[in-house]
Write a new protein. Sequence first.
Length: 179
Amino acid sequence: MPADGFARIEIRLRELAQLFNSMDPSPFIDRDLDDDAERFIVSWARELPTEQEFELVLHLATAPHSDRSAGVEAAVQHYFANRAEMKRREFRLLLRHGRLSLLVGLSFLTLCLLLGQAVQSLGPTTINTVVKESLAIGGWVAMWRPLQIYLYDWWPLREELRVLERLGRMRVQVEVPAA
């Protein structure tokens, strides 16, 4: 860990262009990162302490144009800020689906339990008991999806969002060999 308190991620590249997707025709600030570079950065970010901000150090074999070097931090921050916004939307959509699933699940469970009571009131036969219990099981199975969303699916998205938000604020340094 550097003395300045930043969690450091280091990448060695031949040239700055390797950091960005070569097929992306967007202006420099809006360019996507190369898929491999992004995976490398995100995987390292997940391993680093959560209480520190990030610093990306790019070790380049060849010096970039000065205008590219000056804009690389803004381009990387912009990329990860956009990714964080997409993840934030995905998170909100998951919670919206969770609310809808919960409404449907609870409605179906209520209907199944009421039908089960109606079947049981016809008489205490074995077939009526089987139907009542089957309806209860079916109703609880309908609750599987909302429970999965609210117990398990939301927190990995939230953690990924936190990492992307931190990456969207990270400092970027470009280091080239001395001439």
